[in-house]
Design a protein around this ligand. Structure first.
Ligand code: BV8
Length: 249
């Protein structure tokens, strides 16, 4: 019998930062190089599809070079070894958690390794470059293929399952996310409302830091394996883990 019955873990770009993948809002991050309205909205894709193709081809090339870090592996270990349920919800479109052998994983913002055809709605695994010159393997129409990711103004995936998991969890952990993007940034308040213990594992306080009952700040490759170790070794009903501590990252 573990301390918590159901754990929900929300991850963001900070989880993959130490695998060499850029985050969005850190200095020099992705949104410092690209305007999100040009590359992460349906209107941007309409306006200049080639810019969007190049943006995601670059992200896919970077993703293909990256390997899971100790934080990804620690989360997969927690899912394997924890006697309670551990649901992973990621905002990331990389497949590093899959490579680390994570199980029940929800990609609420989609995946860079899948394509969506805007003509026939087909969603297929896709690791090659995307371009307007490609024919959809399903409908054979040209120029309709886009990355299967959720852009601003689009509805995130599996929201019902996520809401059910967040509503039923007794521990909610956010890792490597700035708490800028909704609805993901609203999950901590919903979990807290349902009585869950809430923990922020992040390099620095996020925009939603005030909603968390516990904070551990430092690089994910240090603080996530440590926190997983604590969860796995904490006796049942021991009460909450260490108070907010900052580990010098
Ligand atoms: C929605 C695409 C309705 C994939 C992304 C006007 C019109 C329409 C909508 C809106 C609007 N105004 C506001 C909205 C809502 C909008 C929104 O939130 N806008 C914000 C900017 C205000 N949201 C939407 O449009 C969403 N859809 O609302 O639909 C709806 C809602 C509910 C239910 C049904 C329908 C869709 C949002 C998805 C947008 N897609 N990207 C891609 O290209 O990757 S956004 C982008 O931001 C990524 O998905 C990313 O995952 C996400 C969140 O960013 P983070 O992961 O948090 O990354 P960030 O860089 O910000 O932070 C990194 C953190 O890590 C930092 O805190 C840093 O300190 C930390 N860190 C860094 N290094 C480390 C570390 N931590 C630990 N260790 C380290 N080494």
């Amino acid at each position: 019998m573990s301390r918590y019955e159901k754990i929900v873990i929300l991850t963001g770009a900070g989880l993959s930062a130490e695998s060499g993948l850029a985050t969005f809002r850190d200095s020099g991050g992705i949104w410092a190089q690209y305007d999100y309205r040009d590359v992460a909205t349906p209107e941007g894709f309409q306006r200049n599809p080639n810019l969007v193709y190049e943006f995601y081809n670059m992200r896919r090339r970077e993703g293909a070079k990256a390997t899971p870090n100790s934080a990804h592996k620690a989360l997969a270990r927690l899912q394997r070894e924890y006697s309670g349920e551990v649901v992973l919800v990621t905002q990331n479109i990389d497949n590093l958690l899959e490579q680390a052998d994570a199980q029940s994983l929800i990609h609420m913002h989609g995946k860079m390794t899948k394509m969506l055809c805007t003509n026939c709605d087909a969603r297929l695994p896709w690791t090659e470059e995307l371009s307007a010159e490609l024919k959809c393997p399903e409908c054979e129409l040209l120029g309709g293929m886009r990355p299967d990711v959720v852009w601003f103004g689009e509805v995130p995936y599996e929201m019902q399952d996520i809401a059910a998991a967040v509503g039923a969890c007794d521990l909610f952990i956010a890792i490597g996310t700035s708490g800028n993007v909704y609805p993901a940034a609203s999950f901590v308040a919903a979990a807290r409302e349902n009585g869950a213990h809430t923990v922020e594992l992040n390099l620095a306080p996020s925009d939603t830091t005030g909603y968390f009952a516990e904070h551990v700040h430092g690089p994910a490759t240090e603080i996530v394996p440590d926190y997983v170790e604590q969860l796995l070794n904490e006796p049942p009903n021991e009460g909450h883990l260490s108070k907010s501590v900052a580990i010098n990252g």
